[in-house]
Ligand binder design. Structure first.
Ligand code: CP
Length: 319
């Protein structure tokens, strides 16, 4: 068994933040620091180092007010692999039902001696609000349709591993751009690292105003497909929509699902990503989701490395 701890040295000088709230406010240098640290955790894991106890004695709490499979489990594992104590808060069985506010709930949890809270909430800005009211670090694990920074980072880490530099890469985000926090975090991160970003989907879900910040927009996957290097297939966020933005799921799949026929018209080395959960047959057909171009499960593996990096940078840098 390998017991030696990976030597990450001290937290890089370019890293001064206590919270990770979004990729919009990070510089290209800060994003690169997280990606490089994440790559080191990834490589250590691949070399057989299962535990890297850099946060022994620290406590991190998963404060999830919305459902999650990947993000919650990945943060729990990241905390444990770093040697810290992990606590999972369940909104359904908490005292929120007795009228306690989110801020009071978080302050009470912090009073038990917590170093970081990882928060997911349907209301945009909840992690920002908590960061103003708590002394510990706050990590945004998804705030409504606003941002999901660790998802954006793990998507970008996967692209970097497969393609090297992001500079000049054409990345298309397909589907429900209007309601997708993954889309926003990808847009900010990719743009800062020099990728060309296209947002593509039904006109009811893709605003032409993205062009104002240099993002290309399109309503036709078939038009853009031949020049795309990476496709990130977003789930239709029915739970955030008040009215259905297209006539039927069948029509959506006809126009936007990545399938065998479209693969034949794409670049030979097209990389297919999806943040998950995927709806097979809606945004992607099973043969593509499970096929050789797909890195969907690699993204999940990379999520663990990214979350270890984020926690180490935020909590490990504290005196
Ligand atoms: N991608 C993602 O955030 O998945 P979960 O909702 O399962 O965490």
């Amino acid at each position: 068994m390998i017991t030696e701890t990976v030597d990450l040295g001290s937290v890089p000088k370019g890293w001064t933040r206590r919270h990770l709230l979004g990729l919009e406010e990070l510089s290209a240098e800060e994003i690169t620091i997280i990606l490089e640290v994440a790559q080191r955790f990834h490589d250590a894991w691949a070399a057989g180092q299962k535990k890297i106890p850099l946060l022994t004695g620290k406590t991190c709490v998963n404060l999830f007010f919305e459902d999650s499979t990947r993000t919650r489990i990945s943060f729990s594992l990241a905390i444990r692999r770093l040697g810290a104590d992990a606590v999972d808060f369940s909104a359904a069985t908490s005292s929120l039902s007795k009228g306690e506010t989110v801020i009071d709930t978080a302050k009470n949890i912090e009073a038990m001696g917590v170093d970081a809270v990882i928060v997911r909430h349907r209301t945009p800005g909840t992690p920002h609000l908590l960061s103003q009211n708590l002394g510990c670090s706050v990590v945004n694990a998804g705030d409504g349709p606003h941002e999901h920074p660790t998802q954006g980072l793990l998507d970008i880490l996967t692209m970097r591993q497969r393609r090297g530099s992001l500079e000049g890469l054409t990345v298309a985000l397909i589907g429900d751009i209007a309601h997708s926090r993954t889309a926003r975090s990808n847009i900010w991160g990719l743009k800062k690292l020099g990728a060309h970003v296209i947002v593509c989907g039904p006109s009811t879900l893709v605003s032409p105003r993205w062009a104002e910040i240099g993002i290309e927009y399109s309503y036709s996957l078939d038009d853009i497909l031949p020049r795309v290097d990476v496709l990130n297939l977003l789930r239709i966020q029915f739970e955030r929509q008040y009215i259905r933005p297209f006539p039927s799921v069948r029509e959506y799949a006809h126009l936007y699902a990545m399938n065998r026929e479209r693969m034949a018209r794409a670049k030979k080395d097209l990389l297919v990503l999806a943040p998950g959960p995927i709806n097979r047959g809606v945004e992607v057909t099973p043969d593509v989701a499970d096929g050789p171009h797909s890195a969907i499960l690699e993204q999940v593996t990379n999520g663990l490395a990214v979350r270890m990096a984020v926690l180490w940078l935020l909590v490990g840098s504290k005196k």
